[in-house]
Design a protein around this ligand. Structure first.
Ligand code: PEP
Ligand code: CO
Length: 464
């Protein structure tokens, strides 16, 4: 066993924790189920169903995230804001995978670093909402909280939280995972065949020439390596793919939290890399309590209202042993606030020697509504927050180690701007998201290219 294969140092299991200890705390953003007995029955059923991921995969990811913290990998995390049950369909799943593979090819080529690929899928079915109820024409109903909980239609039946939906969501997540695993194992991610990832609708994209150049440069490099080594590079056939979701709906997460043979502690086996959303990240509340006892690598969203003191307390609760790879901070400040809000947080983390992976979510701090009533994001703001974040970390002796994006492989028009300069009028054409606006394929690829350019500038400052 060489040094890098050695298991990460075991850390102490909190004695006062159990998968259900969150129940003694205040849990926000939870549905009110009308029938407690039905809820308990569903939890019992879920706790007997097979898990979706394994502890080996979880620990392998943790190790990769520890390497990303040291600058030896870059994290790409992306997918839908909210999955829906009806989107559990082969075309949508494979298109999303294609976009993620294309972005990671651009990053691998440009950054010369391995990329940790994490999808926001196979469980991204529960959403935080700004209000518990929604009123239309004098009628008030519970808000839509994601397909795990209820349905988006504005009727009483559709909006009543139904615990059986958790069982359905578990099955959809398993089908999604199964298809992704089969594609990857079958060679879909093979670097010898990047043409597998072409998206039919793209046509004459303004970015396609640059992308094609990268594909052929990577292809040449692969052939060169195979020529000098005299054999095929088999590990290029495979790409590890991990899953993540916001672990918001605690009864579901609790039921999938398990112990496994020959491992100490507890794993959330519904996903590799759960995260805590911004609205549920109070240190004393239920979500933080639940997360602190897991052995998974975990992430927490950090918004503009978080102070340095709050952040350090949160880090102490979630990663008391300063374990490598354990904790990622997903900053989501907004383009106009990041320059003011981020540096004190970076300084506090640096000063206290906390090991974290900083990841930029340039989406959620930049959401706005248009005059024609669409929830959108401007590409220029997304770009600006990302570019500023790279610079702010570099200027403060830190490193931005990853990016968290809401994207899709479909030809949607949900975010404004980008290479095709989408306008407010374009939003009407193909706006499909039920929650937040996503980058389409071209906009996603453009983000990948700008990350590469930005990192190049940071790694090689202009010569005097
Ligand atoms: C999300 O990631 O979809 C989300 C709701 O983010 P945040 O918690 O950062 O607002
Ligand atoms: Co979102």
């Amino acid at each position: 066993m060489n040094a890098s294969d050695r298991p990460l140092q075991p850390v102490a299991m909190p004695e006062d924790w159990s998968p259900a200890s969150w129940r003694a705390r205040h849990a926000s953003q939870q549905p009110v189920y009308p029938d407690e007995t039905a809820l308990a029955a569903v939890q019992g059923e879920l706790s007997q169903l097979p898990p979706l991921v394994t502890s080996w995969e979880i620990l392998a990811l943790k190790k990769q995230l520890a390497e990303a913290q040291e600058g030896r990998r870059f994290l790409l995390q992306g997918g839908d804001c909210a999955e829906s049950f009806s989107d559990c369909e082969s075309g949508l799943i494979s298109n999303r995978l294609k976009v993620l593979l294309q972005i990671s090819l651009v990053l691998v080529h440009g950054l010369r670093l391995p990329v940790v690929r994490v999808g926001r899928f196979a469980g991204q079915y529960a959403k935080p909402r700004s209000t518990d109820t929604e009123t239309r024409d004098g009628i008030t109903l519970p808000s839509y909280r994601g397909d795990f909980i209820n349905q988006p239609e504005f009727t009483t039946e559709a909006r009543v939280p139904d615990p059986r939906r958790m069982v359905k969501g578990h099955a959809r997540s398993a089908m999604t995972m199964n298809f992704v695993r089969a594609l990857i194992d079958g060679g879909f991610a093979d670097l010898h065949h990047p043409e597998y990832w072409d998206l039919g609708w793209v046509g004459h994209s303004p970015l396609s020439n640059e992308y094609r150049r990268m594909v052929s440069a990577v292809g040449d490099a692969v052939k060169f390596m195979e020529t000098i080594s005299g054999e095929a590079l088999h590990n290029l056939n495979r790409a590890d793919f991990y899953t993540s979701h916001e672990a918001l709906l605690l009864p579901y997460e609790e039921a999938l939290t398990r112990q496994v043979p020959r491992q100490w502690g507890w794993f959330n086996l519904s996903t590799h890399y759960p995260w805590i959303g911004m609205r549920t990240a109070s240190t004393d509340d239920a979500h933080v309590e639940y997360f602190r006892g897991l052995r998974n690598p975990i992430a927490v969203k950090v918004g503009p209202s978080v102070t340095s003191e709050q952040l350090l307390r949160l880090i102490d609760v979630l990663n008391p042993d300063n374990e490598p790879g354990r904790l990622s901070l997903i900053q989501r400040m907004g383009a106009s606030k990041v320059a003011e809000k981020l540096p004190p947080l970076i300084a506090a983390v640096q000063r206290e020697g906390k090991r974290v992976l900083w990841v930029c979510d340039p989406m959620h701090g930049n959401t706005e509504s248009t005059s024609n009533g669409y929830k959108t994001r401007r590409f220029d703001n997304i770009r600006s927050e990302l570019e500023q974040s790279f610079d702010l970390h570099a200027a403060n002796g830190s490193r931005l180690g990853g990016v968290h994006l809401e994207l899709t492989g479909e030809n949607v028009t949900e975010c404004l701007g980008g290479a095709r300069e989408l306008t407010e009028a374009d939003l009407e054409r193909a706006y499909r998201s039920t929650v937040d606006p996503r980058l389409n394929y071209e906009q996603s690829l453009e983000i990948a290219m700008l990350i590469v350019r930005k990192q190049g500038q940071i790694a090689a400052p202009a010569k005097a």
